[in-house]
Design a protein around this ligand. Structure first.
Ligand code: 5GP
Ligand code: ZN
Length: 224
Protein backbone atom coordinates (compact mmCIF):
# COMPACT_ATOMS: atom_id res chain seq x y z
CA UNK A 1 0.00 0.00 0.00
CA UNK A 2 1.24 3.47 -0.90
CA UNK A 3 1.40 5.97 1.93
CA UNK A 4 -0.20 8.92 0.13
CA UNK A 5 0.90 11.53 2.68
CA UNK A 6 4.51 10.39 2.45
CA UNK A 7 4.30 10.33 -1.34
CA UNK A 8 2.93 13.88 -1.41
CA UNK A 9 5.86 15.01 0.74
CA UNK A 10 8.36 13.39 -1.63
CA UNK A 11 6.65 14.92 -4.67
CA UNK A 12 6.74 18.36 -3.09
CA UNK A 13 10.48 17.95 -2.47
CA UNK A 14 11.03 16.82 -6.07
CA UNK A 15 8.93 19.69 -7.43
CA UNK A 16 11.21 22.19 -5.66
CA UNK A 17 14.32 20.80 -7.40
CA UNK A 18 15.62 22.19 -10.72
CA UNK A 19 14.13 20.32 -13.71
CA UNK A 20 17.46 18.63 -14.63
CA UNK A 21 17.70 17.14 -11.17
CA UNK A 22 14.09 15.97 -11.16
CA UNK A 23 14.91 13.03 -13.44
CA UNK A 24 17.45 11.71 -10.95
CA UNK A 25 15.11 12.50 -8.09
CA UNK A 26 12.66 9.88 -9.37
CA UNK A 27 15.00 7.41 -7.63
CA UNK A 28 13.46 8.67 -4.41
CA UNK A 29 10.24 6.93 -5.42
CA UNK A 30 9.49 3.24 -5.11
CA UNK A 31 8.15 1.25 -8.09
CA UNK A 32 4.83 1.02 -6.26
CA UNK A 33 4.68 4.80 -5.82
CA UNK A 34 5.49 5.37 -9.50
CA UNK A 35 2.75 2.96 -10.54
CA UNK A 36 0.33 4.77 -8.24
CA UNK A 37 1.13 8.17 -9.80
CA UNK A 38 0.92 6.81 -13.34
CA UNK A 39 -2.47 5.30 -12.58
CA UNK A 40 -3.66 8.65 -11.25
CA UNK A 41 -2.40 10.40 -14.35
CA UNK A 42 -3.77 7.79 -16.73
CA UNK A 43 -0.39 6.77 -18.10
CA UNK A 44 -0.64 3.04 -17.48
CA UNK A 45 -3.29 2.42 -20.11
CA UNK A 46 -6.00 2.78 -17.48
CA UNK A 47 -8.49 5.62 -17.69
CA UNK A 48 -7.26 8.88 -16.17
CA UNK A 49 -8.86 9.92 -12.91
CA UNK A 50 -10.32 12.94 -14.63
CA UNK A 51 -13.71 14.17 -13.50
CA UNK A 52 -14.76 15.28 -16.98
CA UNK A 53 -13.62 11.98 -18.55
CA UNK A 54 -15.83 10.26 -16.00
CA UNK A 55 -18.77 12.50 -16.88
CA UNK A 56 -18.14 11.82 -20.60
CA UNK A 57 -18.18 8.07 -19.87
CA UNK A 58 -21.38 8.40 -17.80
CA UNK A 59 -19.47 7.09 -14.80
CA UNK A 60 -20.52 10.04 -12.68
CA UNK A 61 -23.74 11.99 -13.09
CA UNK A 62 -24.12 15.38 -14.70
CA UNK A 63 -27.04 17.37 -16.07
CA UNK A 64 -26.27 16.61 -19.71
CA UNK A 65 -27.85 18.98 -22.24
CA UNK A 66 -26.16 17.76 -25.45
CA UNK A 67 -24.23 14.67 -26.46
CA UNK A 68 -22.91 13.10 -29.64
CA UNK A 69 -20.08 10.65 -30.39
CA UNK A 70 -17.33 13.18 -29.66
CA UNK A 71 -18.78 16.02 -27.61
CA UNK A 72 -20.73 16.46 -24.43
CA UNK A 73 -22.31 19.53 -22.86
CA UNK A 74 -23.62 19.65 -19.30
CA UNK A 75 -24.63 22.19 -16.68
CA UNK A 76 -21.82 23.56 -14.52
CA UNK A 77 -22.18 22.28 -10.96
CA UNK A 78 -21.36 25.78 -9.62
CA UNK A 79 -23.11 28.05 -12.11
CA UNK A 80 -22.40 31.77 -12.17
CA UNK A 81 -25.80 32.27 -13.83
CA UNK A 82 -28.71 29.91 -14.51
CA UNK A 83 -27.92 27.93 -17.66
CA UNK A 84 -24.10 28.09 -17.23
CA UNK A 85 -23.02 25.17 -19.45
CA UNK A 86 -19.71 23.42 -20.12
CA UNK A 87 -18.84 21.96 -23.52
CA UNK A 88 -16.13 19.27 -23.62
CA UNK A 89 -14.59 16.84 -26.07
CA UNK A 90 -15.16 13.29 -24.82
CA UNK A 91 -11.49 12.49 -25.40
CA UNK A 92 -9.07 13.79 -22.81
CA UNK A 93 -7.02 16.83 -23.84
CA UNK A 94 -5.74 19.19 -21.20
CA UNK A 95 -5.57 22.44 -23.12
CA UNK A 96 -6.92 23.80 -26.41
CA UNK A 97 -3.66 23.73 -28.46
CA UNK A 98 -3.53 19.95 -27.93
CA UNK A 99 -6.90 19.37 -29.60
CA UNK A 100 -6.65 18.10 -33.20
CA UNK A 101 -8.17 20.49 -35.80
CA UNK A 102 -11.19 18.31 -36.67
CA UNK A 103 -12.15 17.91 -33.04
CA UNK A 104 -11.63 21.61 -32.36
CA UNK A 105 -14.08 22.39 -35.18
CA UNK A 106 -16.65 20.02 -33.67
CA UNK A 107 -16.25 21.56 -30.22
CA UNK A 108 -16.59 25.09 -31.59
CA UNK A 109 -19.68 24.17 -33.55
CA UNK A 110 -21.24 22.71 -30.41
CA UNK A 111 -20.35 25.88 -28.50
CA UNK A 112 -22.13 27.80 -31.26
CA UNK A 113 -25.24 25.60 -30.99
CA UNK A 114 -25.27 25.72 -27.20
CA UNK A 115 -24.74 29.48 -27.00
CA UNK A 116 -27.99 29.92 -28.93
CA UNK A 117 -29.84 27.14 -27.09
CA UNK A 118 -28.85 28.37 -23.62
CA UNK A 119 -29.61 31.97 -24.57
CA UNK A 120 -33.16 31.06 -25.55
CA UNK A 121 -33.73 28.53 -22.75
CA UNK A 122 -33.06 30.99 -19.94
CA UNK A 123 -34.26 34.08 -21.80
CA UNK A 124 -30.84 35.71 -21.56
CA UNK A 125 -29.80 39.09 -22.86
CA UNK A 126 -26.29 38.09 -23.87
CA UNK A 127 -23.70 35.33 -23.49
CA UNK A 128 -20.04 35.09 -22.53
CA UNK A 129 -17.98 32.23 -23.98
CA UNK A 130 -14.92 31.52 -21.86
CA UNK A 131 -12.13 28.98 -22.01
CA UNK A 132 -9.20 28.77 -19.58
CA UNK A 133 -5.90 27.07 -20.44
CA UNK A 134 -3.54 26.21 -17.61
CA UNK A 135 -3.76 26.82 -13.88
CA UNK A 136 -2.38 30.33 -14.28
CA UNK A 137 -5.41 31.18 -16.41
CA UNK A 138 -7.77 29.78 -13.79
CA UNK A 139 -8.24 26.30 -15.26
CA UNK A 140 -9.32 24.15 -12.35
CA UNK A 141 -10.22 21.02 -14.32
CA UNK A 142 -7.39 19.95 -16.67
CA UNK A 143 -9.73 18.60 -19.37
CA UNK A 144 -10.35 21.18 -22.06
CA UNK A 145 -13.77 22.85 -21.72
CA UNK A 146 -15.66 25.90 -22.91
CA UNK A 147 -17.93 27.83 -20.58
CA UNK A 148 -21.17 29.05 -22.13
CA UNK A 149 -22.44 31.67 -19.71
CA UNK A 150 -25.75 33.38 -20.33
CA UNK A 151 -25.70 37.04 -19.29
CA UNK A 152 -28.33 39.27 -17.77
CA UNK A 153 -28.48 42.98 -17.11
CA UNK A 154 -27.00 43.59 -13.64
CA UNK A 155 -25.75 40.00 -13.09
CA UNK A 156 -22.79 39.35 -10.80
CA UNK A 157 -20.45 37.84 -13.40
CA UNK A 158 -17.17 39.72 -13.43
CA UNK A 159 -14.57 39.29 -16.11
CA UNK A 160 -12.06 41.82 -14.97
CA UNK A 161 -9.85 42.71 -17.93
CA UNK A 162 -7.58 45.62 -17.17
CA UNK A 163 -5.60 46.86 -20.19
CA UNK A 164 -1.83 47.21 -19.92
CA UNK A 165 0.36 49.73 -21.80
CA UNK A 166 2.45 48.49 -24.73
CA UNK A 167 4.72 50.54 -26.98
CA UNK A 168 4.08 50.53 -30.73
CA UNK A 169 7.31 48.54 -31.18
CA UNK A 170 6.13 45.87 -28.77
CA UNK A 171 2.80 45.54 -30.60
CA UNK A 172 4.65 45.10 -33.88
CA UNK A 173 7.11 42.51 -32.52
CA UNK A 174 4.35 40.46 -30.98
CA UNK A 175 2.22 40.73 -34.11
CA UNK A 176 5.11 39.45 -36.25
CA UNK A 177 5.84 36.51 -33.95
CA UNK A 178 2.21 35.45 -33.72
CA UNK A 179 1.77 35.67 -37.49
CA UNK A 180 4.79 33.39 -38.00
CA UNK A 181 3.69 30.86 -35.38
CA UNK A 182 0.08 30.80 -36.58
CA UNK A 183 1.14 30.31 -40.19
CA UNK A 184 3.38 27.35 -39.35
CA UNK A 185 0.73 25.70 -37.26
CA UNK A 186 -2.01 26.23 -39.83
CA UNK A 187 0.08 24.97 -42.77
CA UNK A 188 1.71 21.98 -41.16
CA UNK A 189 -1.38 20.80 -39.31
CA UNK A 190 0.76 20.17 -36.29
CA UNK A 191 -0.84 20.55 -32.89
CA UNK A 192 1.12 22.32 -30.17
CA UNK A 193 0.95 22.12 -26.43
CA UNK A 194 0.74 25.13 -24.14
CA UNK A 195 4.51 25.53 -24.01
CA UNK A 196 4.69 25.59 -27.83
CA UNK A 197 6.05 22.06 -28.19
CA UNK A 198 4.60 20.08 -31.12
CA UNK A 199 2.67 16.98 -30.10
CA UNK A 200 1.49 13.87 -31.98
CA UNK A 201 -0.12 14.18 -35.45
CA UNK A 202 3.41 14.11 -36.91
CA UNK A 203 4.48 10.53 -37.57
CA UNK A 204 6.89 9.90 -34.70
CA UNK A 205 9.95 7.75 -35.21
CA UNK A 206 9.72 4.56 -33.23
CA UNK A 207 11.65 5.18 -30.05
CA UNK A 208 12.74 2.49 -27.62
CA UNK A 209 10.27 1.87 -24.82
CA UNK A 210 11.01 4.37 -22.07
CA UNK A 211 11.36 3.18 -18.55
CA UNK A 212 8.64 3.87 -16.03
CA UNK A 213 10.76 6.58 -14.41
CA UNK A 214 11.42 8.34 -17.72
CA UNK A 215 7.70 8.22 -18.52
CA UNK A 216 6.92 9.72 -15.13
CA UNK A 217 9.20 12.67 -15.73
CA UNK A 218 7.60 13.29 -19.13
CA UNK A 219 4.13 13.23 -17.59
CA UNK A 220 5.12 15.55 -14.75
CA UNK A 221 6.43 18.16 -17.13
CA UNK A 222 3.13 18.15 -19.04
CA UNK A 223 1.05 19.19 -16.05
CA UNK A 224 -0.09 22.79 -16.61
P1 5GP B 1 -12.32 26.11 -14.98
O1 5GP B 1 -12.05 26.96 -13.79
O2 5GP B 1 -11.43 24.89 -15.03
O3 5GP B 1 -12.35 26.87 -16.26
O4 5GP B 1 -13.81 25.59 -14.79
C1 5GP B 1 -14.14 24.36 -14.26
C2 5GP B 1 -15.64 24.36 -14.06
O5 5GP B 1 -16.06 23.03 -13.86
C3 5GP B 1 -16.06 25.16 -12.82
O6 5GP B 1 -16.95 26.20 -13.21
C4 5GP B 1 -16.73 24.12 -11.93
O7 5GP B 1 -17.87 24.62 -11.27
C5 5GP B 1 -17.07 23.01 -12.90
N1 5GP B 1 -17.04 21.67 -12.33
C6 5GP B 1 -16.05 21.15 -11.58
N2 5GP B 1 -16.35 19.87 -11.23
C7 5GP B 1 -17.55 19.60 -11.78
C8 5GP B 1 -18.40 18.45 -11.76
O8 5GP B 1 -18.09 17.41 -11.18
N3 5GP B 1 -19.57 18.53 -12.43
C9 5GP B 1 -19.96 19.65 -13.11
N4 5GP B 1 -21.14 19.62 -13.73
N5 5GP B 1 -19.19 20.76 -13.14
C10 5GP B 1 -18.00 20.73 -12.49
ZN1 ZN C 1 -10.37 14.08 -18.92
Amino acid sequence: MVNVKELQKKLQEIAKMPREEQAKAADMLTEEEIEFIQKQQGASGEKPQCIFCKIAAHEIPAKVVYEDDFIMAFLDINPVNPGHTLVIPKEHYEVLPQVPPDRAALIMNTVRILSGAVFEAVDAQGATIMQNNGAVAGQAVPHVHFHVIPRFEGDKVKIDMKPIKLEEKQFEEIQKKIIEKARTKAEKKVVYDISGKPIEEKKEEKKPESTKKEKLIKIKSRIP
